[in-house]
Design a protein. Sequence first.
Length: 344
Amino acid sequence: MKHLIRKYFTHQIPRPLKNIFLKNNKRTYAIGKIATFGNKNTNKIFYIIKRNKGSGFFSNVHFILSHLLIADKFSFIPIIDMKNFKTIYNDNSASLKNKNAWEYYFKKINKYKLSDVYKSKNLIFSSDFLPNNKAFNYEYDKNYEKIFKKYVKIKPSFIRKYKNFSKNKLKEKTLGIHFRGTSYKTAKSHSFQPNIKIMINLTKDLIKKFGYRNIFIITEEKEYLNAFIKNFGNKVVFYNSYRSFRDDAFTSYPRKNHRFNLGKETLIETLILSDCEGIVSNTTNIEKAARFFSKKRQLVHSIYLGTNSRNKYIAIWLWYLKSILPKCLGGLKILRSKNYLSKN
């Protein structure tokens, strides 16, 4: 299978069908490249949704949903291939190495096997661009809601873990916080995340103003979690997920099935976040996904601190510089804030 894919991308396999194009925001994009790998399924067109390397968990889910919409639009048969086109969550452990990473967390979207698909006559490989950036917005999007319900089924074991935690830990009015750390601080063109001082002060203000009794926190950094426990004590609840000390969690492999578990923990924590009465929004895919999943109207506390540089060499140090500078000299500060009820 892999040698066929390599041949396709080096143009050694003929592509007799025309590329398909999509207009979006007054621009035209090629949404896929055509390939023929065999003579099976001559009356079907398979749309291979693939992403080279990929990104964070819900960035990948967003990507999948966007291309599922395309498959539906053209009546293609969608195939999610995170086996041959690996993501950062593909695990190297013996039990997971040769599996489709999408199916670590979600049920198969249809009956077709990759081994049969790659012997078929008509295949379209998706592009790597995102044709629509509205997924997981707090605004209700019926197209994404419809496509999610049609194709995406979270595995029951993760649903049970999330519901068990919510039932036992979220017993009082809870403020949900996704406090990003590690590599997000240096990500170019991404929103600046608050430092510990800003987030602690913000949380104190929200507790005082809106009467929250619990704080559910998602964070990759031990230092951040420890600071919240120090300031808020037993008000803080959290899921037992992996945390590092400022290092990117993907640069090491400290436990069995580490990459699989990183994805599992992200999914479960996001589902728990969707059950919180309030949520701090700072433009992360996790809090957007939580609002997308939520069955209740959450009180959203939106904050904006500016955006990191588009230059990767500047972006790697700019957050750290702004974090130590006083506000009057360009230090981190909340530039805009807004409180509103989500439209779910």
